[in-house]
Design a protein around this ligand. Structure first.
Ligand SMILES: NC(=O)C1=CN([C@@H]2O[C@H](COP(=O)(O)OP(=O)(O)OC[C@H]3O[C@@H](n4cnc5c(N)ncnc54)[C@H](O)[C@@H]3O)[C@@H](O)[C@H]2O)[C@@H](O)CC1
Ligand SMILES: [K+]
Length: 501
């Protein structure tokens, strides 16, 4: 797991590394700038491309000056640096790099407060005005310069953070900040890059390692973690010889109505494909033919109107409820029956979440370690309206702890909040997966992993990762515009086998 730090902790990490590696501050800046350049030259190999650097006078500006010098060493020959002298203060490392840059043939212009911004004919812009030192929204000269750069409509590569964009905390609506095509960021993605508010400012990002002390970073015990493939490889267990269907648990999916049988079929198919030893679907009687023909592997318990289904609760390793279930009185009665009779962790999705939102007392009665899988709207129905994702992130952590549940808050970087007070950001998935039924598939995977005896938090983190990874494996190499849930399901065994290879 890659711990994600807030700006204050990032500063502490820099200071710790400087003091204990030890390395001088200016050499750490040099290392960061070289890491930036290492990535940049691959993406922008044309050395005759005019590039303009906009540099502030703090350490982000210092990085900009160092990067310009290093690119000059790499024979990039049309480099212009504009220094925004909007503050009397400049950092020591900025000053040192300013002196070094003067020894090169890079053109340097100074932009004073209130003066006209010179014309810019470059093709690529490097934004090194402000980085993680941002402490208030941009105004005055900075705002004017940032608006000017955004209006140029060029390719902008931001150093560490787009100027004006808060790395963590609430992002003000319509904030003035650089709209970057690419952010090459140091050591770790900034937390707000992973939340939807970053969309106008961060088209894509790349984190480059600058050697900040891992020991120190881990000692901070950050609640925010970024899940990487190696983490999943570590927890995913192989299927052993001499195992049998009983080894891998029995999932019960309680889902579907006559017109939403698709949700029941997708979630149970996903459970079977994600490795549940046995899968049973509890569906309306009218859906039986569909189930038997689409999924011969899945067994059925049928529901009849006005009658509770007969369920042998102890038979099932886990129960998932909600996809396509509807919200009528019968669905509510069924949910209450489940909660009353089943004491192992439940997976609760879709309509079952909305039923919980309308009957909040049930939330506190869920078995410990149960898993909720809301998208944004379902989340707000459960826990109140939020005006931004930073708030939602905090609420997910608080509620997961308070209710002793795992919450999978679905988004681009889906967040799993756990009772231990952690929030895990997923790193797989792509927009081709934005299609109806994808959530039902996720529910099936979570249930299958719980049935295979993974701990609830692990089951969530793995399911979300595997779901996104299967979507990536289909969409990215094949350039698929849309990946349908049924197709993704058949990829799951392949994805899981690759992760275990
Ligand atoms: N040794 C280190 O600490 C390292 C720092 N690095 C770079 O240093 C950056 C952070 O540098 P700094 O802490 O100097 O901060 P910045 O360069 O981000 O900002 C400079 C100063 O601008 C002022 N400022 C903040 N918000 C403002 C606003 N809205 N309007 C006007 N002025 C404002 C603050 O006083 C701040 O200290 C990182 O983003 C990264 O690029 C890297 O070189 C890696 C190593
Ligand atoms: K910047």
């Amino acid at each position: 797991m890659l711990p994600l730090l807030i700006s204050e902790q990032i500063r502490e990490g820099d200071a710790y590394t400087i003091a204990n590696e030890p390395i001088s501050s200016v050499n750490l800046m040099e290392r960061a700038s070289r890491a930036f350049v290492g990535w940049f030259v691959n993406r922008f190999p044309d050395k005759n491309e005019p590039i303009t650097f906009y540099c502030g006078t703090g350490n982000n500006g210092g990085d900009g000056l160092a990067i310009a010098r290093i690119l000059c060493d790499h024979h990039y020959n049309k480099l212009n640096v504009v220094i925004a002298r909007f503050s009397e203060k400049s950092s020591d490392d900025f000053k040192a790099n300013y002196e070094r840059l003067k020894q090169t043939c890079v053109t340097i212009k100074e932009l004073e407060k209130g003066t006209q911004i010179p014309e810019d004919n470059s093709r690529v812009i490097i934004d090194a005005l402000l980085g993680s030192g941002l402490n208030k929204p941009l105004a005055g000269d900075y705002a004017r310069l940032v608006n000017f750069i955004n209006d140029l409509d060029k390719t902008v590569v931001a150093v560490d953070v787009p100027t004006g964009f808060f790395s963590d905390g609430e992002v003000p609506q319509n904030a003035i900040a650089i709209k970057a095509g690419l952010v090459i960021t140091f050591q770790q993605p900034k937390i707000n890059f992973l939340l939807p508010e970053s969309a106008p400012y961060v088209d894509c990002w790349e984190a480059v390692n600058i050697g900040i002390s891992e020991k120190f970073v881990h000692s901070l015990n950050s609640p925010y973690q970024f899940v990487e493939e190696k983490d999943i490889r570590q927890i995913l267990k192989p299927r052993h010889h001499f195992s049998n269907k009983g080894t891998y648990g029995h999932v019960l999916l309680i889902a579907g109505q006559e017109k939403t049988m698709g949700a029941a079929l997708l979630s149970s198919s996903a459970a079977a494909h994600a490795g549940a030893g046995l899968t049973t679907a509890c569906i309306p009687e009218s859906g039986l033919t569909a189930l038997n023909s689409y999924l011969p592997e899945v067994m059925a318990i049928t529901r009849r109107e006005n009658t509770m289904p007969q369920i042998e609760w102890d038979k099932f390793s886990t129960i998932a409820v909600g996809p396509g279930l509807g919200k009528d009185g019968e669905a509510l009665a069924l949910l209450k029956t489940i909660i009353k009779n089943y004491k192992k962790p439940l997976v609760i999705d879709a309509d079952a979440l909305n039923l919980l939102a309308e009957n909040k007392e049930l939330l506190t009665m869920l078995p410990a370690g149960s898993i909720l899988t809301p998208h944004m709207k379902e989340f707000d129905r459960l826990f109140g309206t939020h005006s931004n994702w930073w708030q939602r992130l905090q609420t997910s952590i608080v509620k997961a702890k308070e209710l002793n549940l795992c919450i999978i808050l679905k988004n681009d970087y889906t967040i799993t909040a756990t009772p231990a007070g952690k929030a895990y950001f997923n790193s797989t998935g792509n927009p081709a997966m934005a299609s109806g039924g994808m959530g039902d598939v996720l529910t099936g995977i979570v249930a299958a992993l719980l049935a295979q005896k993974y701990k609830p938090a692990d089951a969530c983190i793995m399911a979300v990762y595997i779901h996104g990874k299967a979507g990536d494996e289909l969409a990215l190499p094949n350039r698929m515009n849309v990946v349908l849930p049924g197709k993704l399901i058949t990829q799951l065994p392949v994805t899981m086998a690759k992760l275990k290879a």
